[in-house]
Each structure stands twice: as C-alpha cells, then as structure tokens.
Design a protein around this ligand. Structure first.
Ligand code: UD1
Length: 417
C-alpha cells in the first residue's frame, strides 16, 4: 500500500491549480442516467477511487463511458441492469446517487444500503422518504433498497435535515416526474447548484437557485448536454491551510473564491493575509497565527469537509480554539493521530479544544478517512522531521496528485509505493 512521506519545515511558495470538484462530478455522472443522449462532463478529477467507482457503476448498469483527458462522456442508451451492488456501494457511499435517476427514468432501482462509515452512521432515510413522497414504493430486502414506480409524480417535500446528496437525488428524480415538485430545506452547497446547472442544461425546468426552496417542473425526457464541473472548494481550502500553516505565501488558481467565503473569513481572523481575484486566492501565513473558534454547518457556513484541516492549522495558533462539529457525530478521528504528533487537543462530545501552539514532531500516522488524511499532511508539513502517512488510498479518493501539487509549492513530499 502506498505511503506519503513528508519532511516538514519548508514554507510553501508559488502557485497551484485546483481540480474539478469530486462532490460535484459524482452526482453529475449519475445525472447522465437521466437521458439516452451523450452527457459530456469537463473538468472531472481523475480520482482513482470515487470517480472511477462511479464510472464503473454506470458501466455495470449498461452505460458507455469514455475518458479524454479530464472530460468524461457518458451515454446511458442501453441500460439493462438497475442494480448498484454491495461491493460498489461499500467502497463509495455516493453510489446511492443512482437511485433517483434510475427510478425516475426506468421505474426501478435496486441499490445496496450504504453502511455506516468512519465519520458516522450516515443514514439515507431522507433520500427514501423523499422518493416515497414522489410516489415510489420503497422496500428494503437483504440489505438492498428496492424502489419502484410506474411514473413519479410531483409532490411537496420538506427535508427534515439538510442533506447534500439527498437534495441531489430528489432534484434528479423530480426532473422526470409528472407535474411540479417543491423541495424545502434543500442543501445549497455549490455542488448542488452545479447539478442543477447540468440538469437544466439537459432540459429540466428548475427554479430557486441559491435558495433552500426548489420548484421543479417535471418534463417527459431530457437530452444531451456538455457541462464544466466547478472547481473543488475543499481542495482549494486544504491548500490555503497548508500554505498558512507553513508561514508561506501561495496562490490557489482556478477556484471560486465566493465558494470559500466562510473559510476565508476564518483565515483572516487567524491573521492570514488574503487577497482574492475572479478565480484565484492568494494567502500569506502570518508570523503568529491567531486562534479562532469554528462551527461546521451546511453551506454557506464553514464546511465539515474542512474541519480536520482547520484543526491541524489551529495546533499552530498561539492560544485555544474550539472546534464544533455539527454535521457528523464521529468526525474527530484525526485527533488521536494529531496527538501522536504532539498536538494538545481535548475532545468533549461534538467539541474539540485545541491548545496551541505545540511543536509537532513527525511520526508514522494512519489516515482514517479522506479529510482526516488531509489534516495529517498539513500537520506533517509543519512538523519537525519526517511524517509517514499510511493508508493513502483515503486521500486519493479526494485529491488529484496531491504530492505533485505540494512539491510544486516547494514541499518535501513523496509517494512511496
Ligand atoms: C456530502 C458530501 C460529504 C460532506 C457532506 C456534508 C458528497 C458525495 N459528499 O455527503 O463530503 O461531508 O455532504 O457536507 O457530496 N442525514 C440523515 N438522513 C439522510 C441523509 C443525511 O440523517 O437521509 C444526515 C447525515 O447523517 C449527516 C447530515 O444529514 O449527519 C448531513 O449529511 P449529508 O449532507 O447527507 O452528507 P452526504 O450527502 O452523504
């Protein structure tokens, strides 16, 4: 299994280019199931795990797919299976995104129930009750969700909790339902917005951009489209924090600064110097990082997917910062590993108190999930000596060529196969 070796202590300098958003690419690939025509997706990150798994899942269902650089074309003209098997869903929860499109277009979907994962139980009850509201019959048998419908019918549905993939699943389903659907308490993440742009480009009628209420007028069929996936705001935020922790000065290119408003605000509180342009953000780490508390919430507030990285940064702030994780019940797995590197962090339920500044020392550490591994890399960049991050496959799920990009900024990082 690959490892990432980091020799800490170098300030990052230079420019880095951000890839397409994984969390946008995955639902966009699933949305290609809504039509028999070709859907061309540009700026898709070539992530060996999640993106490849989604592509394989679509091929398993009968789609033709083709890569050309970072463009993935999908044609769902000959779907002959309607099942997302356990082996695929267990490696990638986002497989559940095929549920809405399959049941909407073919009246049938069989999808393995995703289990819990490292960061929490993560049920999909709201995806299911939303589809039921649109008239689907849902049965759970032998660990599989079996959804059937003659034809989905528009309805009024309110999500009890804000759910990103739940909102995306329901948007895709409602796009082909008969009549009007009103969805309330929708997720407003840029990735949801991106799915709306794609599905609209395919002929869907959706109103309510950037609001938590969406009005979707179902159509009989959708057609081909070409769509450019938005830049990955979490990758961009990770690099900003990596630049800041080393006291360096870097520019993050091909990103959308507005998608990172909450993170930028925090980093400014930490006394980082930040400038933004149309599609770039420049950050300069301060001599002394100031601590700041943070709470994770749905967009537009501070994202849970940057919480672990921010915690690594706060180990270097002079004073105490409290991090409140509101989205997932078990998303502090990185704490134990950061402690092994010398961090002083106490966890109290959903709160983590970080007492800085502590000198971190390089160690062998274990990645437990995608964003936790990014936090260990950030810690490794500033630690004294060598950090060896194991179970790198977690980081490969969400970051395209991270070691190359960091090396381009002057870090002493290599992948050991
Ligand atoms: C998506 C992102 C993930 C991110 C998360 C929160 C993708 C592929 N993944 O995950 O990176 O960390 O949003 O921003 O886009 N919930 C329920 N019932 C449901 C659905 C969700 O109780 O049916 C709960 C979850 O357990 C969690 C909260 O709602 O506590 C938010 O989860 P959700 O937004 O659904 O996360 P994902 O869409 O799985």
């Amino acid at each position: 299994m690959d490892k990432i070796r980091i020799a800490g202590g170098r300030a990052l300098h230079g420019e880095v280019t951000i890839s397409g958003a994984k969390n946008s690419a995955l639902p966009c690939i699933a949305a290609a199931l809504l039509t028999a025509d070709i859907v061309r997706l540009e700026n898709v990150p070539r992530l060996v795990r999640d993106v490849s798994t989604m592509r394989l899942l679509l091929e398993h269902l009968g789609c033709e797919t083709q890569w050309e650089g970072n463009t993935l074309s999908v044609r769902a003209a000959n779907i002959d299976l309607f099942e997302a098997p356990y082996d695929m869903v267990k490696t990638m929860r986002a497989s559940v995104l095929v549920l809405g499109p399959l049941v909407a277009r073919f009246g049938k979907a069989v999808v393995s129930l995703p289990g819990g994962c490292a960061i929490g139980a993560r049920p999909i009850d709201l995806h299911l009750s939303g589809l039921e509201a649109l008239g689907a019959k849902i049965n759970i048998e032998h660990g599989y969700v079996i959804a059937t419908a003659q034809k989905l019918v528009g309805a009024h549905y309110r999500f009890q909790t804000v759910t990103v993939t739940g909102t995306e699943n329901l948007i895709m389903a409602a796009a082909l339902a008969r009549g009007e659907t009103i969805l309330e308490n929708c997720a407003m993440e840029p990735e949801v917005e991106d799915v709306i742009r794609l599905v609209r480009g395919m002929g869907a009628r959706i109103e309510g951009d950037n609001t938590e209420i969406l009005r979707i007028h179902g159509v009989d069929s959708l057609h081909e489209a070409t769509h450019v996936v938005i830049p990955d705001r979490i990758e961009a935020g990770t690099f900003l924090m990596a630049g800041a922790v080393t006291g360096g000065a870097i520019q993050v290119n091909r990103c959308v600064p507005e998608h990172l408003t909450a993170a930028i605000e925090k980093l400014r509180e930490n006394e980082c110097g930040i400038q933004t342009g149309k599609d770039w953000i420049r950050i300069e780490g301060p001599k002394k990082l100031k601590p700041s508390d943070v709470e994770t919430h749905p967009y537009p507030q501070f994202p849970t997917d940057l919480q672990a990285q921010y915690m690594a940064l706060m180990t270097q702030a002079e004073g105490t910062s409290t991090i409140h994780e509101n989205i997932f019940e078990n998303r502090f797995m990185h704490v134990a590993e950061l402690r092994r590197m010398g961090a002083h962090i106490e966890v109290d339920g959903h709160l983590a108190h970080v007492y800085g500044k502590t000198l971190l020392s390089g160690a062998g550490v274990m990645a437990t999930d995608l964003r936790a591994s990014a936090s260990l890399i950030i810690a490794g960049l500033v630690a004294d000596g060598v950090t060896m991050v194991q179970r790198v496959y977690h980081i490969d799920r969400g970051y395209e060529r991270i070691e190359e990009k960091l090396r381009g900024l002057g870090a002493d990082v290599e992948r050991i196969s």
